[in-house]
Design a protein around this ligand. Structure first.
Ligand code: COA
Length: 260
C-alpha cells in the first residue's frame, strides 16, 4: 500500500488534516476522498479534538479540483457515484460538530473550492485563486458547488463563476464573501493558528450549537430555524460551560471551558 494521501497531526486540541498530493496540486481522486471522509469522521468522534484545520501540501495549491485524469475514463454511473462520494465528504465536513477552518494556500478550484466552502471559516493567502472551472471540461460542479456557492455569494457571483469558469483572485473572493479573510502568504500560518487556538479555547458545546443552528437552521424556513435556535439556546443553560462563562464574566477573569 502506498503512502496515505492525507496527513493527520495534532497540537493540543487542534487537528490538522493535510491533503498530500502536491505533485498533482492535491487533486481529489477517489482514494483521497475516502481518506478525507475517514479523517473527518475520526476528528468528529475524538473528544480531544476541538477544532480542525484543513489544508493542502506544498506552496501552490489548496486543492486544484477533482482528479481530472481519474474522471476522464468514467462512465455515467461511475461519475454519479464519484459525485455522490464527493458530496458526502462535503456534507460530513459541513455538519461536523466542531469548527473546521480551510487554510487556502493557493489554488482552490472546482472540488477544491467546493471543499473550502464546506468548511466553516475560509482564510486565504493573497496569492490564492478560486473558481469553478468545470465548464471548461464540459462538466458542472458536482460536489455541491452550484448550491453552496449560491448560498454563500448569491446568484450573480455563482452564475459568473460557473458559466465563465475563470478563476478569481483572493481579493475578489473576499469582496464576494466567498472567503472570510485574505492574508499575506507569510502570515497565513500565524493567522490560521491564532484562529484555531481561539476556537480550541472556546466552549465546545456552544460552538456545536452555533454550527447546528446556522447549518441546520439555515436550511429551514425562518420559523423552524428560530425554533431550532431557541431549543439550542435553552440547552446551553444545562452546561457547566455556561455557568463557567457567566461566572468568569462576573468575577472579571478568563473562563476555562471543559466541554461539559
Ligand atoms: N486533476 C488531476 N491532475 C491535476 C489537476 C486536477 N484537477 N490539477 C492539476 N493537476 C496536475 C497536472 O496534471 C500536473 O500533473 P503532471 O505534472 O503529472 O502533468 C500537476 O498537477 C501540476 O499542474 P500544472 O497544470 O502543470 O500546473 P500549472 O501551474 O501549470 O497550472 C492550474 C495550475 C491549477 C491552473 C492547472 O493545473 C489546472 O488548470 N488544473 C485543473 C483545474 C480544474 O479544472 N479543476 C476542476 C476539476 S473538476
Amino acid at each position: 500500500m502506498g503512502e496515505s494521501p492525507v496527513l493527520i497531526a495534532d497540537s493540543g486540541a487542534i487537528r490538522r488534516i493535510t491533503i498530500q498530493r502536491p505533485d498533482k496540486l492535491n487533486a481529489l481522486n477517489a482514494e483521497t476522498i475516502a481518506a478525507l471522509t475517514e479523517a473527518f469522521h475520526d476528528a468528529d468522534a475524538d473528544p480531544s479534538v476541538r477544532v480542525v484545520v484543513l489544508t493542502g501540501a506544498g506552496p501552490k495549491a489548496f486543492v486544484a479540483g477533482a482528479d481530472i485524469s481519474e474522471m476522464a475514463d468514467m462512465g455515467a454511473m461511475d461519475g454519479r457515484d464519484f459525485g455522490l462520494r464527493g458530496q458526502a465528504l462535503m456534507r460530513t465536513i459541513e455538519t461536523l460538530t466542531k469548527p473546521v477552518i480551510a487554510r487556502i494556500n493557493g489554488f482552490a478550484l472546482g472540488g477544491g473550492l467546493e471543499l473550502a466552502m464546506a468548511c466553516h471559516l475560509r482564510i486565504a493567502s493573497d496569492n490564492a485563486k478560486v473558481g469553478q472551472p468545470e465548464i471548461n471540461l464540459g462538466l458542472i460542479p458536482g460536489f455541491g458547488g452550484t448550491q453552496r456557492l449560491l448560498r454563500l455569494a448569491g446568484r450573480a457571483a455563482t452564475l459568473e463563476l460557473c458559466l465563465l469558469g475563470a478563476p478569481i483572485t483572493a481579493a475578489r473572493a473576499l469582496e464576494l464573501g466567498i472567503v472570510n479573510e485574505v492574508v499575506a502568504v507569510d502570515a497565513l500560518d500565524a493567522r490560521v493558528d491564532a484562529l484555531a487556538t481561539q476556537l480550541s479555547n472556546a466552549a465546545p458545546l456552544a460552538l456545536r450549537a452555533i454550527l447546528e443552528s446556522v447549518i441546520h437552521g439555515g436550511e429551514c424556513a425562518l420559523g423552524e430555524g428560530l425554533q431550532f435556535e431557541g431549543a439550542q439556546f435553552g440547552l446551553m443553560f444545562a452546561t457547566a460551560d455556561m455557568r463557567e462563562g457567566t461566572a468568569a464574566f462576573v468575577e472579571k477573569r478568563k473562563p476555562s471551558f471543559s466541554g461539559r
